[in-house]
Design a protein around this ligand. Structure first.
Ligand SMILES: O=P(O)(O)OC[C@H]1O[C@@H](O)[C@H](O)[C@@H](O)[C@@H]1O
Length: 295
């Protein structure tokens, strides 16, 4: 089992590099700021598989634009907290002695991070929790993201949250991208006041802004990149919903930390738990796992 290196990233922010010592080129980078994965390469070459905006400012308290932000304890603006909650805007710490995970011999390298609320966090979300995140590389450089959230309230109070792995995938040309695995499912359309629709197409394709929450989705979703002749495969557990987002040209221009044309080279497919918030009683723990690979 190889270990990780702690390095300085952009603007001197701490970042962790994990590498599979047995397979050349497989690596992932995670900023302690946000426990934010900013790079993933597998054994299909030295190519970056995640999109990070060239305009991302890497300047707290602004979240990094791209990679894999964590949305917790609130997805988007579905509540009173800032967009996507606060986990992506906090400094996490390395968790050197996490409670054991079920043995997974296929992990070749990993790092464990932890977030606990500060006094200021408790003012905006008055719940005591421990959020543990493992970022691991699996066979062939698959990226494995494990989230464990525990209610550590002493006063017997349950809490509820929504959650997403807001993954920005790098694609060659959005107009040739298809997201498969969501046919016949219901979705909430954020561009139409969260109205509920049913997906009839075989695949989701992109010709304008898309911002939808697909509900009760299967464990496997694929993103086909026609030009690259490559597909991303998402496999998930404990994460029933899937957000599909591309800002397209107008929204891209309105985002200061996103290039005007960058929408052509990214798509977000976010393994999430949104429609039915997760409720934890004191002492209870929730687990969600996302595994990303390419074929
Ligand atoms: O700008 P933010 O807060 O990172 O959010 C980006 C997008 O994140 C997506 O998950 C939401 O569905 C979109 O509505 C939102 O615009």
């Amino acid at each position: 089992m190889s270990s990780y290196d702690l390095l300085k990233g952009i603007n001197g922010l701490d970042k962790i590099l994990i590498r599979d010592a047995t397979a050349t080129g497989c690596s992932a980078e995670v900023y302690l700021y946000g426990a934010h994965v900013t790079s993933w390469k597998n054994d299909h070459g030295e190519e970056e598989l995640l999109f990070v905006s060239s305009k991302s400012i890497f300047d707290p308290p602004k979240a990094i634009r791209g990679g894999i932000p964590i949305c917790f304890p609130q997805f988007s603006n579905h509540g009173t907290l800032p967009s996507h909650g606060f986990a992506r805007n906090r400094f996490w710490t390395i968790d050197n002695d996490p409670p054991p995970f079920p043995t997974n011999a296929s992990e070749t390298a990993f790092v464990d991070l932890i977030l606990k609320p500060s006094e200021d966090d408790m003012k905006i979300w008055p719940h005591s929790f421990e959020f543990r995140r493992r970022v691991a590389l699996g066979p062939g450089g698959d990226l494995i993201l494990k989230s464990r959230i525990r209610n550590t309230n002493n006063e017997g109070e349950p809490f509820s949250f929504t959650f997403a792995n807001h993954t920005y995938f790098s694609v060659s040309d959005i107009s040739g991208v298809r997201v498969e695995g969501l046919k016949t499912l219901d979705y909430l359309d954020n561009l139409q006041k969260m109205k509920r629709f049913t997906e009839h197409g075989d695949a989701i394709t992109f010709a304008s802004e898309v911002d939808r929450i697909y509900l009760s989705t299967p464990a496997k979703i694929s993103i086909l990149d026609h030009e690259k002749k490559r597909s991303f495969v998402l496999r998930k557990d404990g994460l029933p919903d899937a957000v599909v987002w591309n800002p397209w040209d107008k929204k891209a221009k309105s985002m200061a930390d996103f290039g005007d044309d960058e929408y052509k080279h990214m798509v977000c497919v976010e393994a999430a738990a949104i429609e039915k918030p997760i409720t934890l009683k004191p002492g209870e723990e929730w687990n969600g796992t996302l595994e990303l690979s390419t074929v």
